[in-house]
Design a protein around this ligand. Structure first.
Ligand code: ADP
Ligand code: MG
Length: 229
């Protein structure tokens, strides 16, 4: 089952309002956290158990807020010429410890004739590939291989492919994975791919997803190649 995405998914005014509320919620949460910690010091054993549940829930709220703010942040700020190879190697190295801990090996292949330059925001694009690799890791709880392949297309695009051997995505869910808050994970936020889609769209790129349940998932990111000269 294949799905192609090339529409712009921008945050509405309502989204911007939500982002400012998210900011406001942070302050009272910091004070909740502080007082929870203070109470912990003098609490009984039962009290400590309840307080650590509260503490975990506050951490989870913070995680959701951080990801939400990341998604609603305006893009197109720090654009520059970037070499794809270095970018991908950097991300793969960063994610390697997390993969190894889960018995996952990453195999990276560059199928390019020349070095390939794109025009984009380095840190946003890194987040894109980190999110995709993180999802691949989470889809393979018992280990496996992630194949990362970088190639060019005949229409002057670079294709970054991230293929896993995980549980795959059911056909009826494939339409929803880029929606904010759609998650099938007990501790997921469902914001990763929404952010990914937004960043790729702002870079005039497209995403293709190909998935077979029980076999694995293949994400392809296409970005325009830019000549520096
Ligand atoms: P989260 O990872 O927090 O659940 P994402 O937006 O990153 O949120 O992903 C949304 C959903 O898409 C996931 O919950 C999962 O169901 C599905 N998904 C994304 N990538 C993969 C993958 N590589 N393999 C299987 N399912 C995936
Ligand atoms: Mg994710």
């Amino acid at each position: 089952m294949k799905k192609r995405l090339d529409h712009t998914e921008s945050l509405s005014t309502l989204g911007q309002l939500a982002a400012s509320i998210a900011h406001e919620i942070r302050n009272p949460m910091t004070s909740l956290k502080g007082f929870t910690q203070l109470l912990y010091e003098t609490a009984t054993d039962d009290g400590k158990r309840y307080l650590s549940v509260i503490d975990d829930e506050i951490k989870r709220m913070e995680e959701i807020l951080t990801e939400f703010l990341e998604v609603s942040k305006p893009t197109n700020n720090k654009f520059d010429f970037l070499e794809v190879e270095g970018l991908i190697l950097e991300v793969a190295n960063f994610m390697a410890p997390q993969a190894l801990m889960q018995n996952i090996e990453s195999i990276i292949k560059f199928e390019l004739d020349n070095t390939c330059t794109i025009y984009g925001d380095r840190s946003l694009l890194k987040q894109v590939f980190m999110n995709a690799i993180k999802n691949a890791i989470e889809a393979m709880p018992t280990g496996g291989i992630i194949h990362i392949t970088v190639s060019s297309t005949s229409n002057n695009k670079v294709c970054i492919e991230i293929r896993d051997q995980g549980h795959g995505i059911e056909e009826d869910k494939l339409d929803k994975i880029f929606e904010p808050y759609f998650t099938t994970k007990s501790s997921g936020t469902g914001l990763g791919l929404c952010h990914v889609n937004r960043v790729i769209t702002s870079h005039e790129g497209t995403i293709e997803v190909d998935s077979v349940v029980g076999k694995g998932t293949n994400f392809k990111f296409f970005l325009p190649i830019h000549d520096k000269n």
